[in-house]
Design a protein around this ligand. Sequence first.
Ligand code: S3P
Length: 430
Amino acid sequence: MTMQKIVQLQGQSLKGTITVPGDKSISHRSIMFGSMAKGKTTVTGFLPGEDCLRTIEAFKQMGVKIEQQGTDVTIESEGMDAFQEPLDILYMGNSGTTTRLLLGLLAGSHVHAVLSGDESIAKRPMKRVINPLREMGAHITGREDGQFTPIAVKGTTLQAIDYTLPVASAQVKSAVLLAGLNAEGTTIVREKEATRDHTELMLRQFGVNIDTTDGVISLAGGQKLTASHVAVPGDISSAAFFLVAGAITKGSEITLENVGLNKTRTGIIEVLEAMGANLEIQPYDHEHAEPAGRVIIRTSELKGTTIGGNLIPRLIDEIPIIALLATQAEGTTIIRDAEELKVKETNRLDAVVAELSKLGANITATEDGMIIEGPTQLHGAALKTYGDHRMGMMNAIASLITEGAVTLDDADCIAVSYPTFFEDLDSLMK
Ligand code: S3P
């Protein structure tokens, strides 16, 4: 049963402070690397969202001892060599990151595993990871020759490769690097456009010698990870919903604490600044591997902008909420070079255009993005989430400015990355 939700919040100003929940990408990696390392890894600030819980379950099924209580996790592992072959399929749920990174991680292990997920996962392209992994010698079979889940991987001896990423994808980069850790020789990944570098930063934290210079990432095979402590910062992709909410609602001022400020992720801040948003950033002075800080957003006068090129990978998950933001900006906003949106949890290009059009936005789809004219007074409508958490949150934030109610056909999906989304929203309306 999916939960329908009706939200009618027009005219609400948002005031107060929220602490953004843990970063999804970093939470996944903390569990994976902690499981690969021999010893005890502790994680604080973990995101107990459904995707990251799938990652925990997968490693538990391979015999790793993991205890999770809220945002605290302890992982006690005998190291990757002690992984047990799972007795059942590893269920990926909605999580592309779990699926793609695990394929790379297991390709050079000694275990056999079958990965399968929900309806959305079954449609997402897996060849992008399987192609380079097969080049390394991986034994992987799957539906339509490995294009789609269910996918079986039988760990084997791998050879290093020198691989240029054909798509700007941190998941593909990470899968190849994780396979490279178990390969003979030095694996090199070349990026044309920088993608999120959490894997590189965290591998280093776990004692791996990894070189990252000018878009060329290399690591020697045979390196073992050393258990560590991971402090997960808040997810800027979750913060984005409230940054936009604060900017587009009248009389608002929201302080967001613990926002991850890794440069490969801060495209949303640059877009808000380019659009003229009233925004303040106060970086924390701490020693963690990932930078974080406080971000304050106030009601803003916005103007249209153009978003494309190497900015896209730095804000790819924020495009649905940026599209809503653009409906409230004066003039034209153009989003281009964003074809990757078509292969996210749903086709986010079509979904964003369809749902914002239902609200009365002036928005047109293009081959590789969208064009939005603003500002427009939006009206209420019955909206679809497509089982996609970020579509769900975009729809809910839209209800703050629509005349009339917005209905979400399924609000449950929001728990994938932001289980406390509605609580945080409520707390700002007191
Ligand atoms: C992620 C990388 C991105 C992003 C996803 C998480 C990661 O996907 O959209 O939400 O954790 O590496 P791609 O690698 O497909 O661009």
